[in-house]
Design a protein around this ligand. Structure first.
Ligand SMILES: Nc1ncnc2c1ncn2[C@@H]1O[C@H](COP(=O)(O)OP(=O)(O)O)[C@@H](O)[C@H]1O
Ligand SMILES: [Mg+2]
Length: 242
């Protein structure tokens, strides 16, 4: 039986993660309120993917504490309510689009999988590829399929790693509308300011594994001088943080 969960909070407290001698995260702390949409913004190598993998339970922090609601990321209940779009999403290449969706939907315990697949095929405009093998799809369509697989079970917490990568502009708009319609706590990693502004209301800006700034996008815009592009404001903040 498919269960739905209320969107939970997400909280990292003084999380550090080392890969050998590389300090990927250093005392990283931030919190998302239930149902909030927040961007994890930072340059390449800032630690965004590492943060999401810790939240999904794929990596354990070297030190610090992580809670989804008041639960551990690796708990069964969190796994059921979690949707994750990895940065290198790779659906089964020898399956068709539809087969991937039906298989993951079944594994996820989705009721009426076939109906749910039909509705996602239409809303993400994948209908014409439903019988195409993944190995024959364009990178953009693979990304759309990966998105469908991440949300097919109506997750109440959604972790998206660079979700608009590879998508053309009309497809980005389709995906943006779709993500906005899902009632969940969403953390979206991106190095692109525009993605943050389109998908979220608040930003946690990180550099070298630590928080540089956090606040609403409205507050961020106010930090700019007259007419200054927001990207320039962000670039200055990141440079000052070095
Ligand atoms: N498996 C790994 N082994 C060693 N270093 C890694 C590994 N994964 C990531 N790193 C390093 O950790 C830092 C953070 O990486 P990552 O979380 O991928 O950043 P981002 O997603 O913001 O680009 C980088 O310096 C990266 O080179
Ligand atoms: Mg990354």
């Amino acid at each position: 039986m498919e269960k739905s969960f209320a969107p939970p909070s997400i909280e990292l407290s003084s999380v550090s993660k080392d890969y050998g001698s590389v300090h990927a995260l250093r005392n990283l702390s931030f919190r998302l309120e239930p149902g909030e949409r927040c961007a994890l913004l930072g340059p390449n190598g800032a630690g965004k993917t590492t943060t999401l993998k810790i939240l999904v339970g794929l990596l354990t922090p070297t030190s610090g504490d992580v809670k989804i609601g008041n639960l551990d990321p690796s708990s069964e209940e969190v796994r059921r309510m979690m949707g994750y779009l990895p940065d290198d999403a790779s659906p089964y290449r020898s399956f068709s689009v539809r087969e991937n969706m039906e298989y993951i939907g079944a594994l996820r315990g989705v009721d009426d999988v076939s109906d749910k697949v039909d509705s996602l095929l239409d809303s993400l405009q994948l209908r014409e590829y439903e019988r195409a093998k993944v190995s024959r799809l364009s990178r953009g369509n693979v990304q759309k399929l990966a998105m469908a697989l991440a949300i097919i079970h109506r997750p109440s917490v959604l972790l998206l790693d660079e979700p608009l990568n590879y998508l053309d502009i009309p497809t980005q708009e389709t995906v943006i509308d779709h993500l906005k319609s899902i009632n969940s706590t969403q953390l979206v990693s991106t190095h692109i300011m525009e993605v943050a502004t389109r998908l979220t209301d608040r930003v946690v800006m990180i550099s070298h594994g630590s928080v540089v700034w956090t606040g609403t996008l409205d507050d961020l815009k106010k930090l700019g001088k007259d007419g200054e592009p927001i990207e320039r404001v962000v670039a200055r903040m990141l440079t000052d943080a070095l």
